[in-house]
Design a protein around this ligand. Sequence first.
Ligand code: ADP
Length: 175
Amino acid sequence: MVAVTVVRGDITEQQVDAVVNAANSELLGGGGVDGAIHRRGGPAILAECRRLRATEYPRGLPTGQAVATTAGDLPARWVIHTVGPVWSVRGDRAARLAPLLASCYRESLRVAEELGARSVAFPAISTGAYRWPMDDAARIAVGTVREESPAAIEEVRFVLFDAAAYDAFSGRLAL
Ligand code: ADP
């Protein structure tokens, strides 16, 4: 069974097989986790992202899907890019978007397994620029990872940047 852990820290410093990027569908970099990964990982990641845009994803990576590149200069072997949904203040719309947030975790783990990764680090997808409420994001993230991790994945590490995110994820994990 997968070991799920929670640490407070920076996703770019994790020594795991694969780190997940909270990307946007353009795959050409951005702020938050995306900016940090490209800054620390160097230009090899962007070069592969551009190639993916030119070949498999000319219209961008759809929300809820995941795709891998090299991790460049990061300690990990791969970066798995996934696109979270943007939070909606309309309750009915948020309910429809929640499965897409779960899909980010599920698809990232599926790609990780395909690559042969055994350990995967996730940020709190959609909780920054995309404004998903932290407690609900933690519920979806922890639930999906616990219930749907492929057998070959031994460790999933949630890497939370600030105290509020750490508290939400560790609280959910303790349930
Ligand atoms: P999104 O667009 O999916 O909301 P963001 O990158 O804006 O993605 O934010 C996702 C979460 O990642 C936020 O909770 C943010 O505080 C956190 N975060 C930002 N930088 C890092 C980092 N270097 N490592 C881990 N988490 C980070």
